[in-house]
Design a protein around this ligand. Structure first.
Ligand code: NAP
Length: 254
């Protein structure tokens, strides 16, 4: 499958084996991108996303890499470089949180893990993408979308301040990088999802968290991964050609 101008291009979605990343990968596959489905450990889930894209007539391949480790990020981008066509889109989606706790109970080891996956991982992938997309490096331009969280606005008290802080960092680097590379053919934007039905809430120790909090959402319901994917794909598309340094809240009004 080709994009509408008949040129093949790669979209890398980090953490694309499950949740928001999987929904985004499947949608980008349907739009004609060759999708690189990154995952860290769940190979069955990643292969299932690749199968969904291929069964629908698209192109995809999966690459295992822990984005918080620079050597693995280098290997991930080396796998992309082996393809015959360019990287045009990066969705920095991989992210983690841990058990709901007050700051007084959060260890240094946990803080380091959260910042490494959510901040270092996104910065490293953005850096490698810029090297390939920027016209300064003889690239053809491209688009980056960072998946932040409404937690960067609420601060997630009593749940995961470390995670909220990591997403504040993602918002800051979205704005900074957007200005740094705006004249090099690269747009950089973000989305801030609210309460979305995915596995991540079980990692926080409360699989039913979205249902518990749904009545506090102005729209009175949680969101789906597909609804977040739609906003990500809008920002990646030519319909967003004059949008950079923007962050869309996908929260049902929260
Ligand atoms: P999820 O269902 O828990 O899926 C997480 C994905 O990230 C999985 O594909 C996982 O791979 C991958 N991953 C985790 N650590 C990684 C690492 N170090 N390197 C590479 N991949 C890694 O999460 P989700 O809810 O879809 O969240 C996706 C993004 O949206 C995250 O950045 C999250 O912070 C953000 N977000 C989610 C919500 C929500 O309510 N769900 C709200 C706001 C923001 P494996 O399958 O291999 O484990």
């Amino acid at each position: 499958m080709m994009l509408k101008d008949n040129v093949k291009r790669i979209a890398l979605v980090t953490g694309a084996s499950r949740g928001i990343g999987a929904a985004t990968a499947i949608r980008l596959g349907a739009e004609g991108y060759t999708v690189c489905v990154n995952y860290v450990s769940n190979v069955e889930a990643a292969e299932s996303v690749v199968r969904s894209i291929v069964d629908a007539g698209g192109d995809a391949f999966c690459v295992q890499a822990d984005v918080s480790k620079e050597a693995e990020v280098f290997a991930l981008f080396a796998a992309i470089d082996r393809m015959a066509f360019p990287l045009a889109a990066l969705v920095n989606n991989a992210g983690v949180l841990f058990t709901q706790s007050k700051l007084v109970d959060i260890t240094a080891d946990r803080i380091e893990k959260v910042l490494a996956a959510n901040v270092t991982g996104s910065l490293l992938c953005a850096r490698e993408a810029v090297k390939r997309m920027s016209t300064e490096f003889n690239g053809q331009g491209g688009v980056i979308v960072n998946v932040s969280s409404a937690a960067s606005r609420t601060g997630s008290p009593n749940e995961y301040i470390d995670y909220a802080a990591s997403k504040g960092a993602v918002d800051a680097f979205t704005l900074g990088l957007s200005k740094e590379v705006a004249a090099e053919g690269i747009r950089v934007n973000g989305v801030r999802p609210g309460l979305i039905y995915t596995d991540i809430h079980a990692d926080g120790g409360e699989p039913n968290r979205v249902d518990r909090l749904a009545s506090r959402i102005p729209m009175q319901r949680g969101g789906t991964s597909e609804e977040v994917a739609a906003s990500i794909c809008f920002l990646l598309s030519d319909d967003a050609s004059f949008i950079t340094g923007s962050i869309i809240d996908v929260t049902g009004g929260l």
